[in-house]
Design a protein around this ligand. Sequence first.
Ligand SMILES: Nc1nc2c(CCc3ccccc3)c3nc[nH]c3cc2c(=O)[nH]1
Ligand SMILES: [Zn+2]
Length: 370
Amino acid sequence: MAVSFELIKQCSKTGARAGKLYTPHGVFETPIFMPVGTQATVKAMTPDELKAMGAGIILSNTYHLFLRPGHELVAEAGGLHGFMHWDRGILTDSGGFQVFSLGSLRKISEEGVAFRSHIDGSKQFLSPEKATEVQMALGADIIMAFDECVPYPAEYDYARQSTERTTRWAERCKRAHARKDQALFGIIQGGMYKELRTASVRDLVSLDFPGYAIGGLSVGEPKPLMYEMLEHTVPQLPARKPRYLMGVGTPDCLVEGVMYGIDMFDCVFPTRVARNGTAMTASGRLVVKNAEFARDFRPLDMDCDCYTCRNFSRAYIRHLLKSEEILGLRLTTIHNLHFLLRFMGKMRQAIMEDRFPAFRQEFWDKYQGH
Ligand SMILES: Nc1nc2c(CCc3ccccc3)c3nc[nH]c3cc2c(=O)[nH]1
Ligand SMILES: [Zn+2]
């Protein structure tokens, strides 16, 4: 079995659980936050720095790597692990979502998606078979079925047709997948319609994947609606298989996602906001570029022990960011990733000690949005 999940501790009052994810590139504790490395790099971080902060699984993108440098070249370099010198876990998204969020002139059909590259405008096509072939060449430990992320909002009938096509595509991916050392996860769709979510779970679970992602969320819907979909959908998934909530990574959504029983999270948020000088702290966001921090010689976050917070002040980091010095975004990224990885560790500890509800309450008492 390429990837297996061990349920270690189930919270007695909520859906939260602590587990272990076994992959060919190591064993990782869940709940887990997976830094995004779209173009085979977690922006501004070296693999050693990622290891030092405890990153276990990083994410990359079929869409980007298929267009540049091409999956054949990455395969020649020994797959993504060899190419980027990363010997822990890798998960790749299947490309459908990125086609719709980055590509242009898209045309979707039963066969797949025709689009123009955002890099050079060239005509491209991705099908379930092609996306699976690319991911086999990239060699990630966990690969995703080729899906359509139902847009928000979407008419019931569109959501139904799209979700049923995603199920047919998932079956085609399963048939095309021929690497025993890789796990192919199914992606649950259904828009914001509970009965379509149930149908998507039923159909994909009957295809028996080693893990399931919840797609079609974190696409601009109000957070209460996302939580409502999670509350409805997550408990219907097999308890002994990992659950991955795609595109979710702000602390408030992580706490709620863990509460509903999600094991795996990704988000571009911590690395993306770092690049415009925003640090994540326990009480919310700190825009260190703001003038108010010009003479503030304290660390970004008083109770953080990361390399950045142990050695540099807000004033210095603000200076670097204002001067567009590369070190500025590196130091902010180091802090944000460390903060989120440590935050997941604290949640796991709370679950192991059966005090997750108290942890969640403390979090919400302190948190003022982002
Ligand atoms: N395949 C797929 N991806 C999604 C992503 C990208 C996650 C991702 C994976 C790997 C790298 C970057 C991003 C979503 N991000 C926010 N909401 C999302 C929904 C979906 C979805 O429904 N399907
Ligand atoms: Zn820090």
